[in-house]
Design a protein around this ligand. Structure first.
Ligand code: KG4
Ligand code: ZN
Length: 342
């Protein structure tokens, strides 16, 4: 089965073509110009998707050597995300499905991330614990089967990626913050500043706003015109340690309390080396298989959307072409999310 995936929920335009779970093309165009504004500007994002989407389709067809006529299913992200950005990809996908007379599957972006581990050669085994660490979400999930997802915990305030981005801005590293914090942290002493790890009412929930405030207080207390590179690196390393340890602690607890066969780490922050090393360590200590998608599948990409859409299609779920776009979508139960989409 040939599946076309379209992703346009935020600042990456991506087109993928899969032959079952084999990724034949996964093209990603990142809108780097947002860095001049210190964050994603929604209207500029929509306009960039509009410009990029058709050239990317053409490239994906060339690269995969699969023509549009040979595509069996068309999938596109329907939410959550920036509404204008979503509308570009979704409208394009539905129009293509109409023109080619092929079925269309709207996909929940977060579900795309959750199942992105299946794009790797070594696949997760059910039941698995999935940590979604992205710019908009931080979730700890028990995934029992393709359509049974139990939410154990989530952030009660900021997402972990958002905290990376905000701290990066505070210490003057710029946007996107995650990769820059990681880079500076490599030269810093992570023991130099003790930042707190929040405790939440629900033992599996996360909170990153206290950590962000602690970094802000530290900056105000040690206020200078600008920190030198060593100071920036020490703040970055100490913050990164607290932020990643906050995730590791909850996953460790969840492993002890739930019988699982695999651990997966997905979403943009899954690119973080310190977090990845923490997961490898957890896998070794508990003798559990750890699946972390390669970097190309951690951030936003259309391969994960095509894969998730294919799971719905193969399960016989049908969607009509009047489906809508959703800025926010529930993820506690995938089936429920799709009742909304259908
Ligand atoms: O999943 P994603 O591409 O977009 C959303 O759906 O949110 O995640 C983007 C987030 C951003 O906050 C970015 O700073 C973060 O992922 N990120 C990282 C790293 N690479 C990207 N955070 C920490 N370390 C990284 N290496
Ligand atoms: Zn994402």
């Amino acid at each position: 089965m040939n599946i076309l995936g379209i992703e346009s929920s935020c600042d990456e335009t991506s087109i993928a073509i899969l032959k079952d779970d084999d990724v034949k093309a996964n093209l990603i165009s990142s809108q780097l110009f947002h860095k001049d504004f210190g964050g994603v500007v929604p209207e500029l994002s929509s306009r960039a998707h509009l410009q990029q989407i058709i050239p990317l389709i053409k490239k994906a067809v060339d690269e995969s050597k699969i023509s549009l006529e040979e595509i069996d299913v068309i999938t596109a992200t329907a939410g959550p995300g920036l509404i204008g950005a979503l509308l570009v990809g979704l409208t394009f996908g539905k129009s293509l499905a109409l023109a080619l007379n092929k079925p269309f599957v709207p996909v929940n972006h977060i579900e795309g991330h959750i199942f992105s581990g299946f794009l790797m050669e070594e696949k997760p085994e059910y039941p698995f614990l999935c940590t979604v660490a992205s710019g908009g979400h931080t979730l700890l999930l028990l995934v029992k089967s393709d359509f049974e997802i139990i939410k154990l915990g989530s952030t009660i305030d900021d997402a972990i990626g958002e905290a990376f981005d905000k701290v990066s801005k505070m210490i003057g590293l710029g946007y996107p913050g995650g990769p820059l914090i990681q880079e500076y942290a490599e030269h810093g002493d992570e023991e130099s500043i003790k930042f707190p790890i929040a405790k939440c009412k629900n033992k599996y929930d996360f909170s990153f706003s206290g950590l962000k405030t602690a970094v802000l207080r530290y900056i105000q207390k040690n206020h200078k015109e600008e920190f030198n590179d060593t100071e920036k690196s020490n703040i970055a390393a100490s913050f990164q340690k607290a932020a990643t340890e906050a995730i590791i602690q909850k996953v460790r607890l969840a492993i002890n309390e739930n019988k699982v066969k695999s651990l997966t780490l997905v979403g943009g922050v899954a690119a973080n080396k310190k977090l990845r090393n923490g997961f490898i360590e957890l896998g070794k200590t508990n003798n559990i298989k750890v699946i972390m998608p390669k970097i190309e599948y951690c951030g936003d990409n259309a391969a994960m959307i095509a894969f998730r859409g294919m799971q719905y299609h193969k399960a016989g779920k049908k969607f009509n072409l009047s489906s809508n776009a959703y800025p926010s979508l529930p993820t506690s139960k995938a089936g429920n999310a799709f009742d909304v989409l259908g």
